[in-house]
Design a binder for this molecule. Structure first.
Ligand code: TAP
Length: 476
């Protein structure tokens, strides 16, 4: 692993971060009602990037009222008119994508190569895709004149801050809803830049409101009686608490929660291609991906060959400055998340799995974790059962396809899986037996706005993306 830092060519000078930001309510930035603020920092350097308003219950109330007021006109606009705003937002995102990519990398810690080549193109694509639906809702298969639900309260996590915002806001606006969105406490900045883009696009006041804050701000939003629809992405624990708080109300709810994806490699798989897919499956975004391929299931007969190739490949990954275009592994998003990853990795060793990582020197400032493999993992180990949400791969073996399916399905989660084989018939039969919302064949972590995404079991319910993603925001 190489650790000589080239000076970051994607200079942070392309983004102008203000020393402080307010809440975006009714088309204006304003301070929190009680004047409270919190700091957001760069996880790769621990440098404070900005101070952000901490939204109170009173602020959430003001945002929901603004969204309610805006709803009447927004939902009554012809779909083609709403589409114009969404297309405009999509184009501005494309125009400002370099600035947004650098901003996201600074606030989140993920490599610029990912924000530039994956996050930002997908964000724009999502707005373009749902802009295209806005005037075709009568043809979406939900009968004539499907109606918007009203005010959507949306709570998102820190792992794909702008992309999760796009997944939530684009379909909500296309279908005529208005929104109040709460970004994660550690990554509020791209949502606030998005608020500025809404102003730039001339979006009517109150259609999009951004209330920054911590979990208490999220709870105030979810519990607000003026919210008609709650959309949440985050941990299964918080998702369960939200489901309880929404129970007994007439709020609609969709939950996108955790995962423990199985990446299954059969003995006829092309090894080099599979190794790239395994690396992409678990080390993309430092493994902080709900659908990460965090369990490798490898057929016993090719175990040695595959693991040798995988170790060689891991030794070439570059960890370091996320603004360097050559960086493969960036920083972990927060000190809390790093502590969670360390604790679970320690449990792997304590329970008897064999830990392996390439020779690796971690930067002294910031939050870092070396790409790590665990061998000789059993299904009982915590690292095989619990979501680590970090760059840690648990390796298990199997002999037959039936055993692979049984092990893959032996999880409280059911979000994603991958299959590596040359046999098309095997892809179809294994995919049909997997209880996973998304199954990739001979690839991993491929996203497209036209494809529905979501889970089974404790990974949540409801689908985002594609035509199915409209249903979550329509009274059908
Ligand atoms: P959470 O703690 O669940 O946070 C997610 C969001 O909910 C954040 O905005 C958070 O605010 C807010 N929140 C916290 N407590 C709340 C409450 N009681 N009521 C309402 N909102 C509340 O998760 P995290 O630590 O940010 O993210 C890691 C976890 O999220 C992982 O387990 C991962 O699996 C899951 N995740 C799942 C997906 C999908 S698509 N299934 C995607 C990303 C992440 P603060 O940030 O201020 O705490």
């Amino acid at each position: 692993m190489a650790f000589e830092y080239a000076p970051a060519p994607e200079s942070r000078a392309v983004v102008d971060i203000a020393p402080s930001y307010g809440l975006f309510i009714d088309g204006e930035f304003r301070d929190a009602s009680d004047g409270k603020v919190f700091k957001t920092l760069s996880p790769s350097s621990e440098e404070v990037l900005s101070e952000v308003a901490q939204g109170s219950a009173e602020d959430v109330d003001a945002a929901v009222k603004a969204a309610r007021k805006a709803f009447e006109k927004w939902s009554a606009l012809p779909g083609a008119e709403r589409a114009k705003y969404l297309f405009r937002i999509a184009r501005i995102i494309q125009e400002r994508s370099r600035e947004l990519a650098v901003l996201e990398t600074l606030d989140n810690g993920k490599p610029i190569r990912e924000t530039r080549d994956a996050d930002l193109p997908l964000v724009a694509a999502h707005f373009f895709y749902y802009a295209g639906w806005a005037d075709k809702l009568d043809h979406a298969g939900y009968g004539p004149n499907p109606k918007a639900l009203g005010v959507a309260g949306q709570v998102i996590p820190w792992n794909f801050p702008l992309l999760m915002l796009a997944w939530k806001i684009a379909p909500a606006l296309a279908t005529g809803n208005t929104v109040v969105l709460k970004p994660a406490e550690t990554t509020p900045l791209s949502a606030l830049f998005f608020a500025d883009i809404c102003r730039q696009a001339g979006l009517p006041k109150g259609v999009v409101n951004i209330v920054t804050g911590d979990g208490s701000t999220g709870a105030a939003l979810v519990e607000h009686p003026g919210v008609d629809k709650v959309a949440f992405t985050g941990s299964t624990a918080v998702g369960k608490a939200i489901a309880r708080s929404v129970a007994g109300t007439d709020k609609k709810l969709t939950l996108e929660l955790g995962g423990k994806g199985a990446n299954i490699v059969f003995d006829d798989a092309p090894i080099d291609q599979a190794v790239e897919g395994i690396v992409n499956g678990i080390f993309f975004n430092q493994g902080q991906v709900c659908c990460a391929g965090s369990r490798l299931l490898v057929q016993e007969s090719i175990q040695d060959e595959l693991l040798d190739a995988l170790k060689r490949r891991l030794s070439t990954l570059r960890l370091g400055d996320p603004l360097d275009k050559n960086t493969d592994i960036g920083a972990i998003n927060s000190a809390e998340q790093l502590a969670r990853i360390k604790a679970l990795a320690d449990s792997g060793e304590a329970e008897g799995a064999e830990r392996w990582a390439p020779a690796c020197e971690l930067p002294s400032a910031g939050y870092w974790f070396a790409p790590t493999l665990f061998l000789n993992v059993t299904q009982a180990h915590r690292i095989a059962r619990e979501e680590i949400f970090g760059p840690v791969l648990s390796v298990l073996t199997f002999r037959t396809p039936a055993e692979a399916v049984a092990k893959a399905n032996n999880s409280q989660y059911g979000l994603s899986a991958g299959i590596w084989t040359e046999k098309g018939s095997r892809i179809l039969s294994v995919a049909n037996s997997l209880r996973a919302g998304v199954v990739w064949a001979n690839t991993f972590n491929k996203f497209d706005p036209t494809s529905p995404f979501g889970g089974y079991k404790e990974s949540g319910f409801g689908r985002e993306g594609g035509r199915h993603g409209l249903e979550a925001y329509l009274d059908v």
